[in-house]
Design a protein around this ligand. Structure first.
Ligand SMILES: Cc1cc2nc3c(=O)[nH]c(=O)nc-3n(C[C@H](O)[C@H](O)[C@H](O)COP(=O)(O)OP(=O)(O)OC[C@H]3O[C@@H](n4cnc5c(N)ncnc54)[C@H](O)[C@@H]3O)c2cc1C
Length: 479
């Protein structure tokens, strides 16, 4: 067993953890980042379409380190000329398609330049706890076990592995009530112009302007938006097919798929695709798109279930390919380009923090005195009793809400902050706060808070929140 000392140890190198580590190191904290895989970026790399930097009024809600990351990727040519694209679905005010490989490179560069000590291919195996305070983590890699001792740990594992192992209170919904997971894949050989032409002719086939604010207050019309604003796939940076069966599968084929009606509950063998069969452009190829279509319901904290989920994901990719080639205009000649390394998980455990962000907070655009990031995506929530069907609950008036610092501070444990989708929030609220732009924004805050805690020699819950917010503002974050 070897041992090393740090000021800040971040576990989990997804978007939240990577940004948190950079933020802490830039403020002078001796920081390390522990990541089980060989790269940074986590699940955000699967879709490679960061959402949302804007609310539905078109106001930017996230800047700071997340914006710096986008700017750096853009400088290497890894985004469209205008990286943030208005989002005609109305599900999030903007989408930012990025090249996932350039995102990996930039995250490494930012970490190295900040002086973050990278522990890649290193799995967290246990928390070191003393008097109800996390004092380090144990990790395992090819050279054995290591104890990384620290003043502040940040749990950015997505699944709250550190917090739970250290004895923090947490909640986890049963898999049927939680958002399902997805094996994301890309197809090449797509005629995206043919697809967009078809959608412009029949705009009802796409989910457009789903936020009531856009139609009822702003008076926008879906057909007009498609006609006047959409020239190619890049003007539709996130495409949701409104109803796969009703709009694309001819009736003569229904028996073959055991379909008995247009309602999702009657989709027979295509029921696995439920409410989400989404097509997402990659930044600089007309002929390659990402598919967010497969849907797997399982407990992402159960090792055996994770293995079965990978196999099921691959099965559904084959099914989706068949559907694409046979029924979706422009996809007849498409072929499988890549499946992402593993199933991407939307929901598992959430730490019980000093404050639990709620549906009412999100809906009513709540501002908190300790607000450290802003969210604007609608709450995506699993519809009870309907596998694979989700609904969106929107922030009122196309606006945005604060994520409070207290949602990053575990209620019953010291020496630890959480960042990313395991923050303290209800099932509905996390359906909004889990998005990539937000995970990065409060990852930024967690990193700054950890460094301030070290500087002041106080536990994270005693960090001077006014100083935290002013430091974030100095670093161009929107708080
Ligand atoms: C299918 C899908 C589609 C999505 N679409 C979008 C989208 O279009 N736009 C958008 O902005 N957001 C999207 N999201 C949401 C967003 O990508 C994630 O919620 C967000 O990126 C989560 O970031 P995170 O850092 O909290 O967690 P993750 O990205 O899950 O990162 C956690 C990291 O911790 C590591 N880790 C976990 N356990 C351990 C351990 N024990 N030891 C060491 N390392 C560990 C993992 O390897 C991983 O790198 C999507 C999510 C999913 C699942």
């Amino acid at each position: 067993m070897r041992s090393q000392n740090y000021d800040v140890v971040v576990v989990g190198g997804g978007t939240a953890g990577a940004v948190a580590a950079v933020a802490a190191a830039r403020l002078g904290a001796r920081t390390c980042l522990v990541e089980a895989s060989g790269h940074l970026g986590g699940t955000c790399l699967a879709l490679a379409n960061i959402t949302p930097f804007h609310n539905n009024r078109g106001e930017q809600v996230v800047r700071g380190l997340p914006q710096e990351l986008v700017d750096r990727i853009a400088a290497r040519g890894g985004t469209r000329e205008k990286p943030h694209r208005p989002n005609p679905t109305g599900v999030g005010g903007s989408c930012t398609p990025v090249d996932p490989d350039l995102m990996k490179i930039e995250l490494f560069e930012m970490a190295e330049q900040a002086g973050v000590d990278l522990w890649l291919h290193s799995a967290f195996t246990g928390a070191l706890v003393e008097n109800n305070r996390v004092i380090g983590v144990r990790v395992h890699n090819k050279s054995g076990y290591h104890d990384l001792r620290t003043q502040v740990a940040i749990d950015a594992t997505g699944d709250a592995d550190v917090a739970v192992h250290a004895g923090a209170e947490y909640v986890q919904d049963v898999p049927e009530a939680a958002l399902n997971a997805t094996l994301v894949f890309r197809v090449a050989g797509v005629d995206t112009d043919a697809f967009i032409d078809d959608s412009r002719r029949e705009p009802h086939k796409l989910m457009l302007l789903a936020d009531p604010y856009l139609r009822e207050v702003r008076g926008l019309d879906p057909a007009r938006v498609m006609r006047e604003q959409v020239r190619d796939i890049f003007d539709c940076p996130y495409i949701y097919l409104a109803n796969l069966v009703r709009d694309y599968v001819p009736r003569k084929d229904w028996a073959e798929w055991e379909i008995t009606g247009e309602d999702r509950s009657a989709w027979g063998r295509l029921k696995v695709f439920g409410s989400r069969f989404s097509i997402i452009p990659v930044p600089h190829r007309h002929d390659i798109v990402t598919l967010n279509a497969t849907s797997i319901t399982f407990d992402a904290t159960n090792g055996a279930a994770m293995s079965r989920a990978e196999v099921e994901g691959q099965r559904q990719v084959r099914l989706a390919l068949d559907v694409l080639r046979r029924y979706i205009p422009g996809f007849r000649e498409c072929y499988l380009h890549t499946t992402t390394p593993s199933v991407s998980v939307r929901a598992s455990r959430r730490v019980t923090g000093e404050y639990e962000l709620t549906r009412a907070d999100v809906e009513s655009q709540t501002r908190f005195p300790d607000g450290i990031a802003r969210g604007a995506y609608p709450m995506s929530v699993q519809v009870p009793g309907q596998p694979n069907v989700r609904q969106h609950l929107f922030v009122r008036d196309g606006g945005d809400y604060d994520i409070p610092y207290r949602s990053l501070v575990p209620r019953t444990l010291d020496g630890l902050l959480v960042a990313g989708r395991c923050l303290s929030a209800t099932r509905e609220a996390v359906g909004s706060a889990r998005m990539g732009a937000q995970c990065m924004a409060y990852g930024h805050a967690a990193g700054v808070a950890a460094a301030l805690a070290v500087q002041a020699a106080v536990p994270p819950r005693a960090v001077d929140v006014a100083k935290l917010r002013s430091t974030l503002r100095e670093q161009h974050a929107i708080v």
